[in-house]
Design a protein around this ligand. Sequence first.
Ligand code: RIB
Ligand code: CA
Length: 312
Amino acid sequence: MAATPIIIDCDPGADDAIALFFALANPDQLNVLGITTVAGNVPLPLTQKNARCLCELAGHADLPIYAGCPRPLLRPLITAEEVHGRTGLDGIHLPEPQMPLQSQHAVDFLIDTLMQSPQKITLATLGPLTNIAVALIKHPEICSQIEAIVVMGGAVTQGNITPSAEFNVYVDPHAAHVVLSAGLPVTLVTLDVTHQAIATPERLDAIKAINSPISAAVIGLLNHYGTHDMQRYGIPGPPLHDPCVIAYLLQPDLFTTRQAAVTVETTSELTIGRTVVDRWNVTHQPPNATIVETIDADGFFRLLTQAIAALT
Ligand code: RIB
Ligand code: CA
């Protein structure tokens, strides 16, 4: 089968970094047409720089990288340096990127690439959905060119940035509302499933044993990124949120899913950014998303470890 054409929208971010490595290590399955960056874990100047550093480290300095929106649609930007560090990639030190940032705005890259593509394109989103929402508002016709959009975002039960909301949706709930109400084939990879993908010491040891620059970068990132979540949740390692999106694209049978109607709270200050997932269809609303519910964590880490080894 031909490789699936994808665009990755991200806010690197430690787990975004591992997701990028994961995707780039599987060129036979995923044809990464470009990487768009958005403000999220850290401000846009850092997310775009980090994406370039990571692609150079992975040997893909040829990949076009674009800067997108520097802030959410309506709300002020909220970042997560307490999790990812001031640089967004604390735990490793990468040289200044030599590869250029593309001059085209990420939103225009998304629109032009989608509208000019002879085939539909899959979007993998790992950060706040601002770029995708602006592209949909500016050029709604892109909907017909989107094969699927797999989103790391939302929570069925507990949030992480607030008791109600997951970070990506919380940062830009209005963008998430635009994406979820556009009639797109959305798949939501929520915290409820990413918290099943814990990088335990045993799993980290398997990655460490690869003993390559990429595996060393992964370990360095996770050693820093893990501390916040391990202390907060009392878990034996960091949850790998964004790599779950890539694993779903590579091997969906590692997951189970359910169709459901999802709406985003965009007004209440108490619960803004909450993804209200009508799991039992009590509202009788038609489903607008595929909700990923479980993951075969051992299978996931086998796939991820193979990918990291392949990138040496
Ligand atoms: O809530 C986790 C998500 O927010 C991940 O994508 C992480 O990188 C941050 O963007
Ligand atoms: Ca992210």
